[in-house]
Design a protein around this ligand. Structure first.
Ligand SMILES: [Zn+2]
Length: 146
């Protein structure tokens, strides 16, 4: 795999580490305005989803699903957005983003132009639940040996 020395997901963690396994890690993205924003990062430097084997894809998708489940259970977001873009950092990672109808961009994607001001009260409520979300997530991933 080329260009790993220039890749921020090879040279750094990419965010606050929540869970690490041999093949992937889960990080909190620490993006302003979206407190319930996690990424499932494949540890090896691959650009495209189809670079993984069928078994690897299944494992990665289950990890994404467990982030979503833990998020739904602890935060009850209006919607969970899943995205794998990689246009800026072509190292495979899934975005798992809890969305609320009163967040700054809803119902547009978080990468679109904002539609309203940030709801700091909502963000504070979400932030208070992140520790519970992450404890639930780690327990789920360990229980499934993902
Ligand atoms: Zn990389």
């Amino acid at each position: 795999m080329s260009e790993t020395s220039a890749c921020p997901l090879c040279t750094g963690g990419g965010g606050r580490l929540v869970f690490a396994s041999k093949l992937f890690r889960v990080i909190h993205a620490e993006e302003a305005g979206f407190p319930a924003f996690y990424r499932v990062v494949w540890n090896a430097h691959v650009a495209e989803w189809s670079d993984l084997s069928a078994e690897e894809r299944a494992l990665c998708m289950e990890a994404v699903a467990e982030v979503e489940r833990a998020m739904r259970e602890t935060l009850s977001p209006t919607k969970v957005n899943l995205a794998a873009l990689g246009n800026v950092v072509p190292h495979l990672h899934w975005h798992v983003i809890g969305r609320f109808e009163d967040d700054s961009h809803f119902p547009a994607p978080i990468w679109a132009a904002p539609l309203r001001a940030r709801n700091l009260d909502r963000e504070a409520v979400s932030k208070q639940s992140l520790a519970a979300l992450e404890a639930e997530l780690v327990q789920r991933l360990r229980a499934r040996s993902l």
